[in-house]
Unconditional design. Structure first.
Length: 317
């Protein structure tokens, strides 16, 4: 769950989008294509979003304070949510507006060679960025499907970059389609159609990102299989009879809080209980390095507490 892979993917996406944005703006100036303008704004928004993700990583590393005793790990979730908002407002809304304007007032595509050349170069650069995100994601994805990885990842950077790069690639092909149809048919409406399609695509991706990052901001717990392993680790300690109940929450992408009420034997001394708690914490941290905050409450198991001896019945004689 290290942030290193996410940082590498962010930097690759930032470099690609910065170069793509400049080339698309140049193509827009020569062609007047609204698809190229929409894609230019999309790339600028993406580059800004990668900057926001880097800011979130930096700010989340600050030391905890009395006002924020659990640290600033959730800043990464906040900035990922801001990315979704920017993608929707700047990318999707602008593209939809520009597409509507172009359909209402179509214009002929000029210097189409510029558009085709820039779009081809942009696709190549975007493939490089997307490949980097895929390689870094595969290091931690395990056996999960891509959809499961995006839905269940606790570090937001790689899912955000993956979805942004996928949207960028599809958007480039939509722009290529719009420009091609406008040139072949001589009807500039197709350019507007491609622009609207880009806007719809960005709105869908932004909505998915907003839903997922909102869930992380509110506070997600460990996955069911993770929780089962935590319970198994606790109950493997000799002094722990069973886990009565457990609560988990990620207070940051790489920091999990675990609070559990554990049943101990009623005959155990305080020293034995303390020793068992220490052993349980060590067991969990050995299996889950991200479990940095562990609070265990020992209790007697009411369901298994021995029944008091029955009072002797009085002798009738």
């Amino acid at each position: 769950m290290s942030a290193d892979g996410g940082t590498k993917a962010i930097l690759a996406a930032l470099a690609a989008n910065a170069g793509i944005a400049v080339s698309k703006f140049v193509a827009f100036v020569f062609t007047g294509s609204s698809s190229m303008l929409a894609e230019s704004i999309h790339s600028v928004a993406d580059a800004g979003n990668q900057g926001l993700l880097l800011v979130g990583q930096k700010r989340s590393a600050r030391r905890r304070t009395p006002k924020h005793p659990f640290g600033y790990g959730r800043e990464r979730y906040f900035y990922a949510f801001v990315v979704a908002v920017v993608l929707f407002t700047v990318g999707a809304a602008f593209s939809l507006y520009e597409g509507y304007h172009k359909i209402s007032h179509p214009e002929e595509i000029k210097s189409a060679g510029w558009a085709f050349g820039v779009l081809t170069a942009a696709i190549i650069m975007e493939i490089f960025s997307f490949r980097t995100a895929i390689v870094e994601s595969n290091r931690i994805r395990g056996e999960k499907s891509w959809w499961e990885f995006i839905r269940r990842a606790k570090a937001p950077e790689l899912p955000v970059v993956l979805l942004e790069d996928l949207a960028a690639l599809v958007g480039l092909f939509l722009a290529l389609f719009g420009v091609t149809m406008a040139v072949v048919t001589g009807d500039g409406v197709w350019d507007g159609v491609g622009t609207v399609a880009i806007g719809v695509l960005l709105a869908v991706v932004a909505t998915i990102l907003a839903i997922e990052t909102k869930s992380l901001l509110i506070g997600e717990g460990a996955d069911p299989e993770q929780e089962e392993r935590i319970v198994a680790a606790l109950e493997s300690v000799e002094e722990v009879e069973r886990v009565i109940h457990i609560r988990t929450q990620y207070v940051g992408p790489e920091e999990m809080l675990i609070a559990a009420k554990i049943a101990v034997d009623h005959d155990d001394t305080a020293a034995e209980v303390a020793r068992g708690i220490d052993a349980a914490e060590a067991k969990i941290r050995g299996e889950f390095p991200e479990a940095r905050l562990i609070y265990l409450e020992p209790a007697l198991d009411e369901a298994r507490r021995p029944e008091p001896a029955e009072a002797e019945a009085p002798n009738p004689s």
